[in-house]
Structure formats: C-alpha cells, structure tokens
Design a protein around this ligand. Structure first.
Ligand code: UD1
Ligand code: CA
Length: 425
C-alpha cells in the first residue's frame, strides 16, 4: 500500500568548506556515504518516491544513491544554478508526482533518524487539517547561522527568519529551524509559485513556504527534536569527524545491546552492516568493515583489521595484528598473532600460527587457499595461493608452501620450499 509520502533530499550544495573534490554528500561515515545514511532514514517512511536534488557532482551522486537503494523509486533533478532551498524545491516539484505529503530533508544531515522523520509526518497528520505543515526545530545554545522560529505572543508559529534577515531581537531566539519539513502536496505548487527572492541573500527560501501557510491561516506544527544532536549538519571535515563519532557510538551501542562485549568504544571502529553474535568480545584498536560477519563467543582484537568478506564462525579468534579479507575462519579456529588471511577458507578448529601469511596475490590475480579442519600451520608459514592444507595436516615453522606443494591429509611439511617430512617409525 502507498504511504502517500514523497521525500525530497536537497543535495545540490557544493560543500566548499570540505576542501575536497568529492561531492559533499558522498563523504563516508562508518562505511556508507552521508547520503546513504539520509536515504536509509528516508526509506523508513516507506515513501512512494525519493527525489534527490543534485548539483555539484550530479552523476556521481546519482550513481551512489542508486547503488545504496536499488529497490526504491528514485528520481534525480539537477539544480543549476543554485538559487536557494526554495529554488531547489521548485526544481524538484515536477518530479514529485501525485502524493499526499512531501517530506523535505538535507543530504548532509546523516544523524537525523528515520524515527524523527516518522515523528515529523505524524505531527503533520495530527495537526488535523490535511493542509497542515510540520517542521523540525531544536533549542540550541548557539543559534548563529540558523533560521529562527518566530512565534506570536500566544506562542503560535508565525514564520522563520534567516540569520542574515533577522533583527537583533530575533537573533536572541534560540529555537532554530532544522530545514526538515512535511508539506501537504495540495498546496505545494501554488505556494512555490508565490516565492520571491526579496531578502538579504537574494535567494528563494523554502522557509517562506512555512510562513505563507501560517499567514494563510493553515496550521503549522513545529516539532521540537528530542535529541538536538540529530540535527548536526556537516559542512567541513571536523563536523564530519564529529558526526562519525556519534554514528559510531550508535552502532557500538546496538552491538552491546545484543550482548557483544566492547571493551573500549573509543578505539573500536565498526562500520554499519556488521553482524556480531552474542558473547563475542571485541578488544581495543580494532577495525571491522561493512559486511563482516562474526559468530557467537568469538574474540576479535586487540589490533585486528577485518575487511570486506571476512567471516568468523562461532568461537573463532583473531588477535594482535591479524588482518582478514575475503576469508572465513571456521568454528573454534584461531589466528591470534601477526597474520594475513586473504582469500582463505579455513575449517574448524584449525590453528594459524603467529606470522602466517596467505600470499593470495601474484601481481595479476588473487587466488584462494583452503585449510581443512584441525590443520596446524606453524609460525611463519607462507601459503602461496592457490593451495590446500588438508584436514589434520601440519606445517613446520617457516614453511613456504609453494603452488606445487600437494599435501595429503594428516601430513607434515616443512622447509623452503616445503617438503613432506617422512614420519619416523
Ligand atoms: C537553511 C534554512 C535555515 C535553517 C538551516 C538549517 C533556508 C532559507 N534556510 O539555511 O532556516 O536553519 O537550513 O541547516 O532554507 N541546497 C540546495 N540548493 C540550494 C541551496 C541549498 O540543494 O540552492 C541544499 C544544500 O546542499 C544543503 C541544504 O540545502 O544540503 C541547506 O543549505 P544551506 O545553504 O546549508 O542552508 P541555509 O540556506 O543556510
Ligand atoms: Ca545559504
């Protein structure tokens, strides 16, 4: 069933203060772009369509958005030049289509949650009339730069006044507009046609739409955000780092709520989209990338790096300076010290000795190696891929298993190149 909601994401701004060629909303936070986080929150509304207003780096932004939400109806409109937030919505309007309400948000506010957008829509619906407008506001210590929410003496919403247009008295107001609105579709085209750029910046302000609704006697419902940190926008790399930290804590708190022990959140880096089973302990200075899966009762770290395609089955352990990529460590298996597991499939209860390297790259292509259940790789083993260490097989310290090695189950190989040791009888 249709939710009746279309979301418009404003993302045309250049992001000059990021000092980067990358379009602002494509900067990454915990394994996905800022825009990816915003799209994810928008998707919580189950919108009929999401319209993204793009400008700088339009093609790149469109490709990233389509990759982030392949199953959604996404539309992209180019705003060139950028004459303000109201102009952005004017440009978006033809792509909005039929719906009941239009939620507008920004591509550079990755902390704003789906729950807050849902509350915004609920506030618009609760305002009674189907021509009501709702908007998110926050009380902040330092309102500088924001549009101020101006209320009448009876506290009713009157309008929003931008920093540059505000009087000294208006600048004292610390209830600010966050730039996130829910408009009724029915009035939008008409109201957009009434916008003027008669203001200090010579721009078309989206905020004037809200003032228009109020002065026309339609109801306007300002909704104060519970947690004003969600409103943090990103304009420079310091704000990006701040936002990263907050999203990181959200991710870590979710894992901890699921029974994952995280000894030191301040040195633990876990991207979004990581699965970790209950009873697992993540030790300090560890980096775990998107898509990694970790079973129950595992141990990870300290100083481990789990990259794309790494998987740990239950009770597996990776320790100090072990890096994994495209590799599986089977149940109860261990790689505790100074190892690189690249393109390796390791069975159950295997031991990967200190300093073991899976040499998976020959300069042209990557190759896989397989290690069977109960195998034991001695310290400093190099497995040149593709290769196989069968179940119960062993290598001596410093063994170099070249591609021509052909180990049998339960055999022991040692040396450089490694050769089979004859069992003593
Ligand atoms: C706007 C609001 C202000 C609010 C503030 C919250 C207006 C007129 N003012 O300020 O009340 O407190 O947001 O952050 O709306 N954008 C476009 N095209 C444009 C202009 C902007 O896509 O032509 C996008 C930007 O990429 C950005 C967002 O809209 O994501 C906000 O733009 P920005 O210039 O930061 O907002 P302000 O106009 O300063
Ligand atoms: Ca501006």
């Amino acid at each position: 069933m249709s939710s009746g909601t279309t979301v418009v994401i404003l993302a045309a701004g250049k992001g000059t203060r990021m000092k980067s060629e990358l379009p602002k909303t494509l900067h990454e936070v915990c394994g996905r772009s800022m825009l990816g986080w915003v799209l994810d929150a928008a998707a919580d509304l189950d919108p009929d369509r999401i319209v993204v207003v793009v400008g700088h780096g339009a093609e790149q932004v469109e490709a990233a958005a389509r990759a982030a939400l392949p199953d959604r109806d996404l539309a992209f409109v180019l705003q060139e030049p950028q004459n303000g937030t109201g102009h952005a919505l004017q440009v978006a309007a033809p792509a909005i289509g039929d719906c009941e309400r239009v939620v507008v948000t920004y591509g550079d506010m990755p902390l704003l949650s789906g729950a807050s957008l849902e509350a915004l829509v609920a506030a618009q619906k609760e305002a009674g009339a189907d021509d009501a407008v709702s908007l998110l506001t926050a009380l902040v210590d330092d309102p500088f730069g924001y549009g101020r929410v101006i209320r009448a003496s009876d506290d009713a919403f009157e309008r929003i006044v931008e920093q540059k247009d505000a009087s000294d008295v208006q600048r004292l107001v610390n209830e600010v507009n966050l730039g996130v609105y829910c408009f009724p579709r029915g009035h939008l085209d008409g109201d957009l046609g009434r916008l003027t750029n008669d203001n200090a910046q010579g721009e078309y302000y989206i905020t004037d739409l809200v003032g228009m609704a109020a002065s026309d006697g339609r109801s306007v419902a300002p909704l104060l955000l519970d947690d004003e940190r969600e409103a943090q926008g990103v304009n420079d790399l310091a704000q990006l780092a701040d936002v990263r930290w907050q999203l990181q804590m959200r991710i870590l708190e979710e894992h901890m709520a699921n029974g994952v022990r995280i000894m030191d959140p301040s040195t633990t880096f876990i991207d979004h989209g990581v699965t970790i089973g209950r009873g697992t302990e993540v030790l300090p200075c560890t980096v775990i990338r998107s898509g990694v899966t970790i079973g129950e009762d595992c141990e990870v770290g300290p100083f481990s790096h789990l990259r794309v395609g790494a998987a740990l089955d239950d009770r597996a352990a990776v320790g100090n300076f072990t890096e994994m990529k495209n590799s599986r460590l089977g149940p109860g298996s261990k790689a505790k010290h100074l190892s690189y597991l690249g393109d390796a499939e390791i069975g159950a209860k295997a031991n990967v000795g200190a300093g073991t390297i899976f040499a998976n790259y020959d300069g042209k292509a990557k190759h896989r190696s397989v290690v069977g259940d109960g195998a034991f790789l001695g310290s400093g083993t190099i497995v040149v891929a593709p290769n196989e260490v069968p179940s119960g097989a062993m290598t001596g310290a410093g063994a170099v298993l070249t591609r021509s090695a052909s180990m049998g189950a339960g055999e022991t190989w040692a040396g450089l190149p490694a050769r089979k040791l004859q069992p003593k009888d």
